[in-house]
Design a protein around this ligand. Structure first.
Ligand code: NAD
Length: 352
């Protein structure tokens, strides 16, 4: 297979982990006889500095024309001014919107050898294997009106939480489809006791649930979901929720795996281009030291091979190599070890 992949290394540790992901993809290409053609582009803070925009029209067009996009991370203290005209996060939101990727998939698995790296008690972590699906292009982060003004002599800020039925239905249908290949259980998270948008969310969850009677559906309020992730995470299979709840719950769920550096994500939509990135940010505190854990990024390439290119065997080869590497005791600093970013990738690649 020949595939065209746009690389957006971004800021901070982004370029450090993306370069290791490319080594992994190259190793897979040579072992399974594929050809991956890369196109590297600027995005985030580095793009503001060089091009005056966090995401240029040209870069977005290149991403839209690719088979898949691999993103490192964006942001950092240099671009943190909340009053700045452009910020790295704006580029990220524009990229998601421009690619039409409405669902963010974050698998959270706890490797048995890393149970002690998590702050939770080991008995709570046995068997944890959750797929969190976050709606990505609607809700509070995109709704209008949004902004600040002065009303009745008082400074006021407004955000709008808005969902259309079709936006909820498409992400709900994806959750039920992905649950088919898992434990066949969907946990739909909302705040239906307070929010109108959540009542529509729940209504559509019930409809899609009725169309998929072989899948068990439960509704959980977001506050209860936050507690369940800590008190009984093994009881959950596929969790699906709206944009802001998902933003918060996915970070909470990441703690189960022991380090932010371990977890991958895939953002998918109706179009063919998927966006793949680790869940962590640009980690300015360790950027440039060569010690970032590349596993979240490397597992994101496995998701890219599976979801955008249909290369399941190759995806499993990467996931198994990561599992074996952790089992063998290889650890970067975030997991209490001494391996550098490159050495961790070496350990994974030699196990293909
Ligand atoms: P962060 O994820 O960058 O870092 C949180 C902590 O986890 C830090 O101590 C960091 O050293 C550690 N960490 C993260 N990834 C690691 C890895 N691969 N290996 C080892 N340790 C790792 O979150 P933050 O500090 O809140 O944010 C830093 C910047 O990243 C901010 O500008 C933020 O806006 C941005 N950010 C970007 C994204 C993205 O690009 N998708 C996501 C989150 C945050």
């Amino acid at each position: 297979m020949k595939a065209h992949i746009v690389l957006l290394p971004g800021d901070g540790i982004g370029p450090e982990v993306v370069s290791q992901a490319v080594r992994v993809l190259d190793a897979i290409a040579s072992q399974f006889r594929h050809e991956f053609v890369y196109q590297e582009r600027l995005m985030g803070g580095c793009s503001i500095d060089k091009c005056g925009s966090s995401l240029t029209d040209e870069t977005l067009a290149d991403c839209q024309a690719a088979d898949a996009v691999l993103l490192g991370a964006v942001g950092g203290p240099k671009w943190d001014n909340p009053n700045a005209k452009d910020r790295p996060e704006r580029g990220l939101l524009a990229l998601r919107k421009g690619l039409g990727v409405f669902a963010n998939l974050r698998p959270v698995k706890v490797h048995p050898a890393l149970i002690d790296a998590s702050p939770l008690k080991p008995e709570k972590l046995q068997g944890v294997d959750i797929l969190v699906i976050r709606e990505l292009t609607g809700g509070l982060y995109f709704g209008w009106p949004k902004g600040r003004d002065v009303k009745d002599g008082r400074e006021r800020a407004v955000d709008t939480l808005e969902y259309y039925d079709y936006e909820i239905r498409r992400v709900m249908e994806l959750a039920f489809k992905l649950a088919q290949g898992r434990q066949r259980k969907v946990t739909s998270v909302d705040k239906a006791n307070v929010l109108e948008s959540s009542r529509l969310w729940r209504q559509i969850a019930v409809q899609v649930g009725a169309e998929n009677p072989e899948i068990a559906l439960e509704h959980v309020l977001v506050d209860t979901a936050a507690m369940r992730l800590i008190t009984g995470p093994a009881s959950m299979d596929v969790m699906v929720t709206e944009n802001m709840f998902g933003d918060i719950l996915t970070d909470e769920a990441s703690v189960l795996a022991g380090s932010m550096g371990m977890l991958p994500s895939a953002s998918l939509g109706a179009g063919r281009v998927g966006l793949y990135e680790p869940i962590h940010g640009s980690a300015p505190d360790i950027a440039g030291k060569g010690i970032a854990n590349p596993i979240g990024m490397i597992l994101s390439t496995a998701m890219l091979l599976r979801h955008s290119l249909g290369l399941e065997t190759e995806a499993v080869a990467i996931e198994k190599a990561v599992d074996d590497t952790i089992t063998a005791g290889a650890r970067t600093a975030d997991l209490g070890g001494k391996l550098t970013t490159t050495q961790m990738a070496d350990e994974i690649i030699r196990r293909f």
